[in-house]
Design a protein around this ligand. Structure first.
Ligand SMILES: [Zn+2]
Length: 588
């Protein structure tokens, strides 16, 4: 059974959004509550029951109660629905469907959109011009007219004054408290998803994601159930299947806490935060994406669990043999170093590990990202403001007179040119670029920029990388390669640089057989595999002659470059990873 009696899983928010969240949850999600508050008649006792926890003073509460009761009876006579706006708080998003002047003129307020219907609050059904106004509104909305009390109207009309300062990007997101001792493994989560109270589902799910160090949580609805999958060390794993009612509740919790809209028919992005009771971890930022699909909303939550001050090149898989290549670039006062790889290959972690090496009070380091992925003390970090171009911001960063500049990613010609030029004029510039390997990156950048001499003189080093899963150290065992694997390995090792050949004499490999510590997966955490292409004099000549990637690659190998595949096989020989993982990753 669940052991939630001693933990606090309350959802905290700022006072105003907190009210909104809880009333949305209580009054739209729960059909019983909805009947009470959008009552087309209603029972007096129900109404009083709803007021039991009210914090108003006795006098005003009694007066207000009678006004609401009167409005309820009036609605019953008119045969229309009734809403108590102390219970259902209209959101700015919906209020602004009509102008404030119209709201005052017709004593009306849009309250909410629920299941495609616009609930439209009116004080006086006989108000002059109201019928025509509602008729007009019906052209764009499926309007349900709801009677509200004059006091409800007065209390909410001022909300219009806050709309101007209301910015979607700065909505306070919900915060979820996490007790890391509650859900220590996936079996426990499965148990809680069945037996725990629905109000704990989101916290339980996030707790499990955090304790298993998952990077993403996927919730995928089907007709009668929804599948939950976690991405652990880059691979998706089925975690649980939950019934439809729990899915519905979970989705509304996520959407409300991410300050998103429940009724959206297009993809949305939002954020929420988890605060775990773990020493040294303040909070975990969670990016939420929702996508409307056939059976509801598919949700992907991405957890940012990294602590950048801990990122070290050696931990990332940069071995002592290749470290001097990087060190040589980092001690130069100018030039450009580019980390390349596809999305999710660990480029940003490498950049931050490099910044950790460079970070000291004598150096001014500025970063420009969209958005900032890690916070690192001692750096001047910035990200794009809404509507600002990357290039404008980049130029502003250059005016800060930095020694080292980190640009999150080169995405267009202007950024590429400005970055290359600044690398020639006294700045050490670190950045990433989307390319499969080092040689391809050179060819693609040459195509993009067109200025071969700028590229050949500005770039010092290109690091290409992938992330591969590490074998779980608790269940590592010997592994004999099958014929295909053996053939692939001997092909990769055929051109191994001489200095590494000693390490590939005895071909002995490993795998993880799966245990409790790795949730039966056989892998735990990840490590990078790298190749480092130095821009030497002969490489500069190849760039000037617009050589094909294959020619650049062959020249680099001839110069003694260890390729990503070779680095991977050497790491498999050391027992860090499997041959299967290397072959799969470099093929992608
Ligand atoms: Zn294991």
């Amino acid at each position: 059974m669940s052991d939630n009696s001693n933990v606090n899983h309350q959802i905290r928010s700022n006072p105003s959004s907190g009210n909104t969240s809880s009333s949305l949850r209580d009054h739209y999600m729960d059909s019983a509550a909805q009947n009470t508050h959008y009552s087309s008649g209603g029972v007096t006792q129900d109404l009083h029951a709803q007021y039991a926890g009210d914090a108003h003073g006795v006098q005003s509460k009694a007066y207000r109660d009678s006004e609401e009761l009167e409005t309820l009876h009036k609605a019953k006579k008119l045969g229309i629905k009734y809403a108590d706006l102390r219970q259902i708080i209209p959101e700015e998003d919906y209020i602004k469907i009509i102008a404030k002047e119209d709201a005052i003129k017709y004593l009306s307020l849009p309250i909410a959109i629920k299941q495609g219907k616009l609930f439209f609050g009116i004080v006086d059904p006989y108000k002059e011009g109201l019928t025509a106004f509602v008729k007009n509104l019906r052209e764009d909305h499926d309007v349900v007219v709801v009677l509200i009390s004059p006091e409800s109207f007065r209390e909410n009309i001022d909300r219009y004054d806050f709309i101007k300062t209301y910015e979607k990007d700065h909505v306070d997101q919900g915060t979820i408290d996490i007790d890391v001792n509650k859900v220590t493994n996936i079996e426990k989560l499965k148990d809680l998803l069945i037996n725990d109270g629905i109000q704990f589902l989101l916290a339980d799910l996030l707790t499990a994601a955090i304790t298993t160090k998952s990077s993403d949580v996927h919730i995928e609805p089907q007709n009668t159930y929804a599948d939950i999958r976690f991405r652990i060390d880059g691979a998706l794993h089925p975690i649980a299947r939950v019934p439809r009612d729990k899915y519905n509740y979970l989705i509304s919790e996520i959407i409300i806490n991410s300050a998103l809209r429940l009724d959206a028919d297009r993809p949305q992005n939002g954020h929420l935060k988890a605060i775990p009771n773990l020493n040294g971890i303040k909070e975990i930022d969670i990016r939420v994406e929702t996508i409307p699909v056939l059976h509801g909303q598919e949700v992907v939550m991405r957890l940012f669990q990294g602590d950048a001050t801990m990122l070290k090149l050696s931990d990332l898989g940069i071995t002592h043999e290749v470290y001097p290549i990087i060190k040589e670039i980092l001690v130069r006062p100018h030039g450009m170093m580019i980390v390349v790889g596809p999305t999710g290959s660990g480029k940003t972690s490498t950049l931050y590990a490099l910044l950790n090496e460079l970070n000291n009070p004598e150096r001014k380091i500025v970063t420009l990202e969209d958005p900032v992925e890690y916070e690192l003390p001692g750096l001047s970090q910035s990200q794009l403001n809404t509507g600002e171009s990357f290039l404008d911001r980049f130029r502003a960063v250059l005016r800060e007179d930095p020694d080292v500049i980190m640009i999150g990613e080169i995405r267009d010609l202007d950024t590429a040119k400005t970055a290359l030029q600044s690398a020639l004029t006294g700045h050490l510039l670190l950045t990433t670029y989307h390319a499969n390997n080092a040689a391809t990156a050179i060819a693609r950048l040459t195509d993009l920029v067109g200025d071969m001499s700028l590229i050949s003189s500005a770039i010092n080093l290109i690091v290409a990388q992938r992330l591969v899963r590490k074998i779980c150290p608790f269940c590592r065992t010997d592994h004999n390669l099958n014929a295909d694997e053996a053939a692939a390995v001997s092909q990769i090792l055929a051109h191994l640089p001489v200095s590494y050949q000693e390490r590939a004499k005895n071909l002995h490999f490993y795998k993880g057989k799966g245990c409790d510590r790795c949730y039966g997966i056989g892998y735990k955490s990840r490590i990078g595999i790298f190749e480092m292409l130095k821009i030497t004099t002969d490489m500069q000549q190849l760039i000037m002659s617009k050589a094909l990637p294959s020619v650049i690659q062959a020249a680099a190998v001839k110069n003694g470059m260890l390729t990503m595949e070779q680095d991977g096989i050497l790491k498999a020989l050391q027992g860090f990873t499997t041959v299967e993982e290397i072959l799969k990753t470099v093929k992608e």
